[in-house]
Design a protein around this ligand. Sequence first.
Ligand SMILES: C[S@@+](CC[C@H](N)C(=O)[O-])C[C@H]1O[C@@H](n2cnc3c(N)ncnc32)[C@H](O)[C@@H]1O
Ligand code: SF4
Length: 333
Amino acid sequence: MIAFLNVLETIVEDKIGHLNPAILAHVITNRCNLRCKYCVFWRRKFGDELRTDGVFSVIDQVEELGISFYSVTGGEPLLRDDIPDVLKYAHDKGMVTTLVTNGILLEKQLEKVVPHLSALSISLDSHLAEHSTHRCDAKTYWKIRKNIEKAAECRKEHEDLKVNINTVITQINLHDLMSLVKLVDELEIGITFEPVVVMVPESPTLAYDEEFRRIIDTLIEMKSSDYPIWNSKEYLTLIRDKETFDCCSFLLIRLDPDGNVIVPCYHPEVTTKVGAIKERTLKDIIDSGERKRALMTSKDCHRCYLTNYAEVSLVYNNVFKTGLEQFRLWLEA
Ligand SMILES: C[S@@+](CC[C@H](N)C(=O)[O-])C[C@H]1O[C@@H](n2cnc3c(N)ncnc32)[C@H](O)[C@@H]1O
Ligand code: SF4
């Protein structure tokens, strides 16, 4: 509850002209054990990652700034052995901790991370292995499916833990989305959708055509019938109509593995380094002219519907409707 009050305070401050972030989105490594065709992370140079003590220092600074949401992503975060310690460090400070993973290493790590997690998000694009070959082979696919079931099972012991799958919508899986919703409904977990952002030539694509709109309409109906679709209705309508939205990327600090803060996001066409945590404090970087200028340049960016940016922006722009809807969903999930 305190975390949500902190977010509300940040929103109020930002509405009166500040550019304070509410979430730390930490790309803790670019390394990955998969080579998904739409993904840019495994294609990046690996460079030096912050060590565990460096990450702890970031979390300390984040706490001092009053930020209560710490989201760990990658690359594949579970390739780092210190992830349970990192999550524990943030969780023990009362932060809301989330982990986004491809699910492969949960076999070994699930029990270690779960006590320190508020929410676990596992990527799955289809209920069919043959529609997942842009992510992995069939053997790996079934391993991930098994680990998703284990994570769902875990909720019996850890009632407060939220578990969802995250599904990237492409032309390959367009007709699988309803089956995925039914699958998560049976497992009593949630699902979030995001349309693919085409950033590399090998990427699967998505035609925002009549068929796509029909399927999103069905998802909106399923959400209204209480299927566990965790996107807001506003988000689903936004992607159905391919509308633009006012992206509030200032609400997220995106930290790269080497400790560089990037603005506004990782899309190769707009990504800008605005400061390195090894050289300056996080507060310095957040208040810097470099960050403000990069935010101004990217103000009218309409390149993606990545859920963490779009949903956070929709909440910010419509606190009393989408904000309350998403807050209620979080409490009930
Ligand atoms: C970059 S991955 C990092 C965490 C982890 N390796 C995983 O796959 O869940 C985070 C999420 O972004 C999604 N993603 C990757 N590339 C994307 C793209 N081009 N467009 C939309 N979503 C993408 C992945 O499917 C995953 O759900
Ligand atoms: S598993 Fe995640 S980080 Fe790895 S290649 Fe796939 S989307 Fe990218």
